[in-house]
Design a protein around this ligand. Structure first.
Ligand code: M6R
Length: 436
């Protein structure tokens, strides 16, 4: 007999035709083993034997299990010939972004069947709250909400928000972002927002997760199961959802004309192609990676939405290579960090052709003048760089964003491989952080 109780952290039980039972914290580890799952509620307790599952609610009354079918797609839980899940997930981004877009793009409007437009009635601010990579996608979203939908937008790190006695106003839409839907700090902020009477929305990859069950409304990112601890395709789909959502809100608030909206939708349709990994690109990054295995640190720098991407690039590298890396807004380097510049400081410069190119370029030139080793990522040749990774020319900076995202993901991957690290299960990290 196994006795169990659930409080705070996620827990489910899966069963199969042979009446085998599996406890787990999320669906993915038991796909292919169990057929159906029951998600426990906070306060549930009971016991399980070979013959029966007994559940009591926190009030002490016996209750029936409510089973839902588990995805059977065991394939998505396998590496499919790739060396690592992370690599497979980087290559999958084109397909999963196409899934994220499907059924949501009209000619001049974005549709989210799962949303009631009333969610945005009387809303004067959008507050985004998340951790880690999801926080980075939220940061990029703040640029899009203000630029396209002209709505005030603020972004919070969940572990900070929880304890800083924040002011919560009823005209704020509270949005949490999470791949897993189980991150303890983010979940807690959602509970706080609900308690304060705010409207809530979750952008999440895992259906049936705690956040999805709790929020008033939900948009699923449709990235499929993400096994690599270092998030890649979840980030890609989150940014895609945010881009669509900012246009959806722009239409509701009438802040963008039909022609511009149609153009943005045309660009969105181009994203799956822009994230396809070309063999030549991957080979080039593989070769370059050998030059970046030492040094005293990395600066990933970018402006505007490329700043959150710089943060994300630095986080990816830190997580799986164990090298020190920081993300910085390019314009901020001269306010202190440039003091570190020397040949052993590696600068990964994000230089989009279609957004503040001259400004960003001059920031990189300042670093180059101080002899920092520069690896520039751009569609335009840059002669001050020691290394140059060329992305394809495209018509808009958001398409450059997605191309550069793939480059920084692959660069981290290849550096980590050369250092002999466990790419999918880096030291000290867990896929889902269900404790604070
Ligand atoms: O499941 P979540 O998106 O809420 O997870 C948040 C972070 O723990 C997560 O993004 C973490 O930073 C990843 N390891 C990043 O690759």
């Amino acid at each position: 007999t196994i006795f169990y109780a659930k409080h705070g952290s996620p827990m489910l039980i899966g069963v199969n035709e042979d009446n085998e039972k599996f406890f787990a914290s999320s669906d993915s580890p038991i796909i292919g083993l169990a057929k159906e799952v029951n998600y426990f509620e906070d306060g549930d307790y009971g016991y399980v034997t070979k013959e029966e599952l007994v559940i009591y609610s926190k009030e002490g009354t016996k209750k029936e299990a409510i089973y839902s079918l588990l995805a059977t797609d065991k394939l998505s839980a396998q590496k499919d010939g790739f060396r690592f899940f992370m690599e497979k997930e980087i290559y999958e981004q084109s397909d999963v972004i196409a899934d994220t877009l499907i059924g949501r793009l009209g000619e001049e409007s974005v549709n989210f069947e799962e949303l009631n437009p009333k969610l945005f009635d009387n809303i004067n601010e959008i507050k985004l709250c998340a951790c880690g990579t999801s926080y980075h996608s939220a940061l990029s979203a703040s640029y899009m909400f203000e630029r396209y939908a002209k709505v005030r937008c603020s972004v919070e790190i969940a572990s900070e928000f929880r304890y800083r006695e924040p002011l919560m106003c009823k005209d704020t839409l509270f949005v949490v972002i999470s791949q897993s839907g189980e991150t303890a700090d983010t979940l807690e902020t959602l509970k706080m927002a609900k308690k304060a009477g705010l409207k809530t929305l979750v952008i999440c990859n895992v259906d049936n997760s705690s956040m999805v069950r709790l929020a008033d409304a939900c948009i699923l990112t449709r990235a499929g199961i993400e096994k690599g601890v270092a998030s890649t395709k979840a980030f890609a789909t989150q940014v895609t959802v945010f881009w669509m959502l900012s246009l959806y809100v722009a239409k509701l608030r009438d802040t963008m004309n039909a022609k511009d909206l149609a153009y943005q939708i045309h660009l969105l349709r181009e994203v799956p192609v822009s994230v396809k990994v070309a063999d030549t690109m991957h080979e080039r990054i593989k070769r370059l990676s050998k030059r970046y295995l030492h040094g005293h640190g990395f600066f990933f720098i970018g402006r505007d939405v490329f700043f959150p991407l710089a943060l994300e690039g630095a986080l990816k590298l830190k997580e799986i290579s164990y090298l020190h890396a920081e993300g910085y807004p390019s314009g901020e380097m001269k306010h202190g960090p440039i003091a570190l510049a020397d040949p052993e400081l590696f600068t990964i410069a994000l230089l989009p052709q279609h957004l503040l190119y001259e400004k960003s370029k001059s920031n990189v030139e300042e670093l180059s003048a101080r002899d920092s080793t520069i690896c520039a990522i751009s569609a335009l040749e840059f002669d001050k760089a020691d290394d140059f990774i060329q992305i394809n020319h495209c018509e808009d900076y958001m398409l450059e964003f997605f191309q550069m995202m793939v480059v920084v993901q692959l660069l981290s991957l290849e550096i980590s491989v050369r250092l002999g690290n466990d790419v999918d299960m880096p030291r000290n990290l867990a896929k889902s952080v269900t404790v604070e």
